[in-house]
Design a protein around this ligand. Sequence first.
Ligand code: CA
Length: 362
Amino acid sequence: MSEAAADRAGAAGDLVVRAVLRTDVGLVRSENQDFGTYTTPDEELQSGHPGGRLLVVADGMGGHRGGATASRLAAQTVKAQYLGSETEDVASALRDALARANARIYSEAQSNPDLRGMGTTTSALAVRGGEAWFAHVGDSRIYMVRDGEIRQLTEDHSLVASMVREGLLTPKEAETHPRRNVLQRSIGVGDEVEIDVRGPFDLREGDTFILCSDGLHGLVKEPEMKDVAQLPISKAADEYLKLAIERGAPDNVTVIVARVERGDAQDATLTDDPHLDDTQDIDPSAFDHTVRDLPDVHDVIPSVSEEPGRPGGATAESADPANDSLPAGVTQKSSFGFTKVLWMLLVVLVLGAAGAWLFLAR
Ligand code: CA
């Protein structure tokens, strides 16, 4: 270990963050389009980057293979870029990492018609010493629980969130609004994206972070989120997943639970998730999307982007009729529920017409 790396590891008694990750396809979707990852203590000791622990959650969108590809590329690119960053400045390293992920996904989408229009949310939290920073695009969230209070650190870049901010909707109405899956910003859909970067925040021992996709925060609200966060982090993460599954888990569910503790950075491995999927840490440059060409009847929706690659252009999932009048710059995440209702209405109409015809023909 180099001297700089030894410095970075910190002395026993420094604040460190331990984390666990859980992700699940849920009960309705046929594919998990979420992706979560974090740096390991070994990676954190490598020199030449700002150091500290990086946690990332991404929730992809785009029919067929696009969503899963986008979230995976985003999380892996953000991590690789952060670890390869030359700067000690965490905020600028995070901003560069998300910008790089955006450029990479956008360019993959341009060169591969199957992936055209794909995009993803990305929420990344970096914790170094007694401070934290985050960078964020989309509606995945980062919460912080301190002294029994929960606070959402990230601001959703969604249509309903902006309507709430403008006083057009109440938070309660936003929770069930049919357009709650419409994003105003996402990674990879345009050649540039506005990235929220905040920090540093001072940390205290016991602070708990929850990074999650909307598959969790859509089902588990803040009071309950806060109560569960009092558990040991592995138990808390399991409990979040369990609650989502019990409530029907219509969407993919991903959560990272992280807690600030006193200890040696190397100890952080002790409580790291033993179930962390090895494939979560594949080098993005080694990424081969041909192996991801899984048959997936659920998500095969023809792309209808009017102008492929237009910044903020609609995703492939804008085949959803509810999407027709979306304002420019808005991306819609999959909304199978609404589509299903439309199909059911259509079937009812056809059956009704057939019945009427039979009745009249008698
Ligand atoms: Ca989702």
